[in-house]
Design a protein around this ligand. Sequence first.
Ligand SMILES: [Zn+2]
Length: 90
Amino acid sequence: MELIVSTFGCITDALRKQYTPVANGDGSIVYVFTGSPKHYACPYCFAKETLHVLKFRRVGSGYFECPGCRACFPIKPGHKEGLTMGTTIA
Ligand SMILES: [Zn+2]
């Protein structure tokens, strides 16, 4: 069991500390995992203490979609956190 990051689950205090909120170009906020592998978490589901990892959808300049609430986030390439667009998050 090397996989410590689940793509869905309840957010514990320990887990919450590993995410940091970052602003997108449009002013919305997503949570970025500070460990590895890097990924984004849905802020709406995060607020409800449920973890949903955003899935990359190659639409336009780049969108991530939450599989839980279907919110879309226009996360731009060259993000300051250094996430590579196109990274597949299973
Ligand atoms: Zn969500």
